[in-house]
Design a protein around this ligand. Structure first.
Ligand SMILES: [Zn+2]
Length: 363
């Protein structure tokens, strides 16, 4: 069993894309390709978000399930594996005639291909989907620590900067640190968890995908696969949207199995401008539920360090150097665990989560 699980997962974006397209074709999906012409991969390769639809045609689906991978680029290794496994294990055959499933592969193909969590403009897509004409959220706490997190000479004076960060944590606490770092900032384009100043290509592509596919739906569910938070291999269901929408998620997967950002039960800090807000906006008349299926990898502090050092590498370092390769590997380990045991846990949980979502939209 475990020996075969790795075949659904990939070592590169290109391999993942091929597996996804082959599996979707084999399953009889209608497929569309969306090229991000703003960027290429490290070898000059073109970057695509691919969308596969199974079941009822647009306009004819009363119940819809959306499953997304790679919103956070490098986290797509996990989400792509789940999508490929679900296709290959025939989870979407024999759907009721008024049900459709839409799989969006590599929402952020740049980050997936380059091994980054962010897009081609260093934007975190789950901080990008808000009204950029309005006042951006307050990021003054981030401003206090940005010079310690992302200095140009980070790798020369790391111990000094770390000591100052621990001082800050000593005063404010670890939760406040996570909140300040990761809730989203709009002032430092070279910083961490940067939300951008305008809608990103991936956000617009996701919005267009929703518009093209969601017409007529009465019940819509979104599962967006992520990694990097919580205990290793455990898939936390983070309920998104307002309290009623979180309750809807609870009715699918069990109230005890869905955490809430607002209630403080999630391993994630509260964030603004995430991609699920576009989903809710696209189907205002429908019964809706959306979750981030968030799989743990390493300890939070290691994940943040992996991100921070990769961010330094991207802006100030050399990817071809020995240090560059080391930091790339460190970042990858923060968002993907290369063991059969971990992948088996991922897929077992994804299978359960997708199965319950399918039962709900078919009911
Ligand atoms: Zn993520």
């Amino acid at each position: 069993m475990t020996a075969s699980i790795s075949r659904h997962f990939s070592l590169t974006y290109g391999e993942a894309r091929k597996k996804f397209l082959d599996a979707a074709k084999e399953a009889g999906a209608k497929i569309s390709h969306h090229q991000n012409t703003d960027a290429n991969g490290p070898l000059g390769e073109p970057l695509y978000t691919d969308v596969a639809r199974l079941g009822a045609a647009p306009g004819a689906a009363r119940g819809m399930l959306f499953i997304n991978s790679g919103t956070h680029g490098i986290e797509g290794y996990c989400g792509s594996g789940c999508q490929v496994a679900a296709l290959r294990e025939d989870m979407f055959v024999n759907l009721p005639t008024d049900v459709a499933v839409v799989l969006t592969h590599a929402v952020n193909p740049y980050g997936f291909c380059w091994g980054r969590r962010t897009n081609e403009d260093n934007i975190d897509l789950n901080r990008n989907c808000l009204d950029h004409d309005a006042q951006h959220p307050d990021d003054s706490k981030y401003s206090e620590i940005h010079p310690l997190l992302c200095p140009a000479d980070l790798m020369d004076k790391k111990a000094d900067y770390d000591a100052k960060i621990f001082e800050w944590i000593g005063v404010h606490g670890m939760d406040a640190f996570q909140e300040a770092v990761s809730s989203g900032q709009y002032s430092y384009p070279d910083g961490l968890f940067y939300g951008g100043r305008a809608p990103a290509w991936s956000s617009a592509t996701w919005q267009n995908t929703l518009a093209a596919h969601s017409a007529g739906t009465k019940k819509a569910v979104l599962v967006d696969v992520h990694t990097g938070l919580g205990p290793s291999g455990i898939g936390e269901l983070i309920g998104c949207g307002d309290a009623g929408q979180v309750d809807n998620a609870g009715s699918i997967w069990g109230a005890d199995d869905v955490t809430s950002l607002h209630a403080g039960t999630s391993s994630s800090a509260e964030v603004r401008g995430d991609m699920t807000s576009l989903f809710f906006a696209a189907v205002p008349e429908a019964w809706t539920a959306a979750v981030a299926l968030e799989y743990g990898t390493l300890e939070l502090i290691e994940v943040l360090e992996g991100l921070r050092q990769e961010n330094w590498l991207h802006h100030h370092g050399d990817r071809e150097s020995a240090l560059g390769k080391e930091l790339e590997a460190k970042c990858r380990a923060a968002f993907y665990t290369e063991t059969d045991e971990w992948k088996q846990m991922i897929w077992t949980r994804a299978h359960e989560v997708i199965g319950k979502a399918l039962s709900t939209i078919a009911a």
